[in-house]
Design a protein around this ligand. Sequence first.
Ligand code: PLP
Length: 296
Amino acid sequence: MRYCGGQVDFCDIDPQTRLIDLDLLQDKLEKAPEGSYEGIIPVDFAGYPVQMEQLRKIADQYGLWIIEDACHAPGAWFYDSLGQKQYCGSSQYADLAIFSFHPVKHIACGEGGMITTNDPELYAKLKQLRTHGMIYQGNDALIENHGGWYMEMQDLGYNYRMPDILCALGISQLKRASQGIAKRQAIARRYDAAFKNTQVITRTPSDDINHAYHLYIIEVNNRKELYDALRESGIYVQVHYIPVHLMPYYKELGFGKGDYPVAEAYYERCLSIPMYPTLSEEEQTYVIDKVLYYSK
Ligand SMILES: Cc1ncc(COP(=O)(O)O)c(C=O)c1O
């Protein structure tokens, strides 16, 4: 948004799902002067699907577009009001949805990503922008046509094409995608069971959604101590994420501590513990034992 000259605002999260809090969002939009906002970018955080049907209703009340950040959630879904499964990034409710193929993601190509849309105009525009703003033969929008070789640069675009070799890697990974999610979910159920009724807080998702488990996040009182102890034990734990509004860049723009208290409180306690399909039962047991031993 900032690259496009837009202003950015944030909305606090729901402490249970850690997704954008739709009640707070509605409230924020209601209180804002008309025309203050143009669009919403919800994140299917950690693999938990945002209820996009509800979000679409809110967006439509205020004439906003939606770009769904589905980078964490390929394969996740929720049920819509007709009882149909709606997959993250299907763009059924969003105008555009984005995926990342960074090595840590479900489908890893090395680098790169994907945008999905059901809007033919946006699709054509995206295809044009990814290749230097050019359009080719067969496109009715060509202003001139000198012959089979002819194409036109009609806009200032980018070189945003993914290398074919990385695409081939991604396509091959698609075959294992469902299996990978099933393994992640089995790992999550084992963590859930191990931490039940302990000092380690987990957030079991509601039964009527399918969580893609890009991340498995626990919340504890002694996060820093636990982070250090687990790293020293050879366990690669991480923190997702430092609230973006507390980054120096956004502080410069006027955001600050206290603006989004739920996200800030979550940040004080969160820790992502190993979650990937090849995590063995033995390795997971080691992680569980160490987490229980060092956490408060
Ligand atoms: C939720 C989310 N959105 C967007 C991105 C950016 O993806 P990329 O690094 O492929 O541009 C990431 C990367 O980690 C992410 O986690």
